[in-house]
Design a binder for this molecule. Sequence first.
Ligand SMILES: [Zn+2]
Length: 164
Amino acid sequence: MPNWEVSSVVAVVPPVHPRKLAKVPFVELSEGRLQGVVSSGSDIERVYVSAIAADTHGFSCSTNNNRPCGGLSSWPCKHLHTLVDEAVLQYGAERVARFLRIEPADGVSSGGDIMGRLKGSVEKGGSAMVFSRFLRHLAYLELPANEEPIPELHWFPSTRGEGG
Ligand SMILES: [Zn+2]
């Protein structure tokens, strides 16, 4: 593999612990939210877009079609629990706790610890944006296997020019 090809692959942060991507294909600490995509337990076609705001701990969960999650009440649904568990695997409990401004973060060792310290309530919105980020994330993951020319990379020289 030529050098430029290696260096053009988007760096993905390796998880602290192995994760089951099928259950939570996407999780990130970004835009002031712990946010991600959680597979439905029953319907393979459906995913839930779940998020927790870092500042207010306001939480939200809806399907990729922007329908409200049926499991969401004044308490976080199982998708949010799953999301936090996976975030702990991906980033480590302490980093997730600090991101969510849980003090002290040192005593936090599991997703359950984090869920127990959230003090927010249900919040609307944000799902569409999280989901579009997920789709872009998928596009990047598929890059190495893609044989088609990639428009963003067209300015990389495929061959050395003769004239220099
Ligand atoms: Zn949910």
